[in-house]
Design a protein around this ligand. Structure first.
Ligand code: NAD
Length: 352
């Protein structure tokens, strides 16, 4: 593949990740970084990486074809527009920005300049997500009625700017953007209703977690939950189909599926469970003879396919995987979620 010359703006946590990946890439060639902080530029130089002394120097460098933006969320819009207007193709870190209005200006700049503009939704390559998406598409457990997706941690909100509203902090914009993007990749319907409650267990200024419910026009429901004060984690994914159930307890685990053997008479039934208050057969586990169960091998995935797609899309050989329409839809869902939280009520959603 004809390698694209890449520069990275922002050499913090995620910028370093992009740099380290780029140094081993088969599709991009790292030409340098720019960070507003001198100590980060010095760190790059110490690692043998060229550091632009100013943004202007980077913008004026004709060898730079592609720029990845990895700076705090509130700074994405201005940086992306400046880069596009300087004739660069741009990958922006998630969340693309903090509101739909800014995003529409970024998309307009991309359309005006004819340059590629996409967002690093790298969690589309997570194997747990890919397993659930494939299960829904296979129909193996019948129509999927409900998908629960969650991330539970107990380390609070990380970093400095992530705790501050003016920088686009909070867990909705940090993790929610990934999990909502994934949910819209799993469930195919149009969203008709959004209901959300944000949590402020340890942090007042921004959400340190949330419970979000998306209702789709085919009746399916997706719930997305992020917690940063959960010392015992609930399953990463729980999927309810008409004829079966799947679970991924932890993102290091395989998916486990249990499906009804519909042809076995239900009279084979279940052995009643004795509880303190009496017997229950309704809530007893199904006997092995009436169901089949299996583990699903974790799918193959290479997150660098994101960069490979971007490089081919620049050459017009592929459509970009993360589209403007998709990122705009996720942004609208997040805005609706905040609005539902503010009102304390579900709100109607008019999907594209
Ligand atoms: P960070 O604080 O570790 O690093 C940000 C860097 O940007 C700092 O070095 C800072 O000096 C620099 N910076 C700030 N303003 C700048 C400007 N105007 N020009 C140049 N440099 C500037 O933050 P981070 O964790 O690396 O997050 C950066 C972005 O990456 C955020 O948008 C975040 O949401 C995203 N991110 C994405 C993932 C993912 O999995 N896709 C993971 C982590 C972070």
């Amino acid at each position: 593949m004809n390698k694209k010359n890449l520069a990275v703006v922002g050499y913090g946590g995620m910028g370093s990740w992009h740099v380290n990946r780029a140094l081993k890439s088969d599709c991009v060639n790292l030409v340098g970084i720019y960070d507003i902080k001198e100590d980060r530029r010095a760190a790059a130089k110490a690692a043998g990486i060229y550091a632009y002394e100013s943004l202007e120097e980077l913008l004026a460098d004709p060898q730079v074809e592609l720029v990845t933006v990895a700076i705090p969320n509130d700074a994405h819009r201005d940086m992306v527009i400046r880069l596009l207007e300087a004739g660069k193709n741009v990958i922006c870190e998630k969340p693309v920005t903090t509101n739909s209005h800014d995003l529409s200006e970024m998309i307009e700049a991309a359309n005006r300049t004819g340059k590629l503009f996409t967002v690093h939704q790298n969690r589309r390559w997570d194997v747990d997500y890919l397993a659930v998406k494939a299960l829904r598409e296979s129909g193996e457990i019948g129509p999927v009625l409900r998908v629960e997706s969650r991330i539970h941690g107990a380390n609070g909100i990380p970093g400095d700017w992530r705790k501050e509203k003016e920088h686009g902090g909070g867990m909705m914009l940090d993790w929610g953007v990934h999990l909502i993007d994934q949910m819209l990749g799993i469930l195919p319907g149009k969203i008709v209703k959004v209901s959300c409650e944000c949590t402020h267990i340890r942090f007042k200024e921004v959400d340190d977690g949330f419970y979000l419910t998306l209702t789709f026009d085919d009746g399916s429901v997706g719930t997305v939950e992020v917690g940063t004060c959960n010392y015992i984690a609930l399953p990463r994914f729980y999927v309810q189909g008409k004829n079966g159930t799947a679970i991924i307890t932890d993102w290091r685990e395989k998916m486990h599926v249990v499906r009804d053997l519909l042809e076995v008479p239900s009279s084979v039934g279940a052995t009643p469970v004795e509880t303190a208050a009496g017997l229950t057969k309704t809530m007893a586990p199904r006997t092995a003879a009436t169901v089949e169960s299996w583990d699903v091998e974790r799918p193959e995935s290479d997150v660098h396919d994101f960069y490979r797609n971007v490089c081919r899309a620049i050459d017009g050989k592929e459509e970009q995987i993360v589209t403007h329409r998709q990122v705009a839809r996720v942004m609208r869902v997040m805005e609706a979620a905040f609005e539902s939280d503010r009102l304390g009520a579900p709100i109607a959603f008019h999907d594209d």
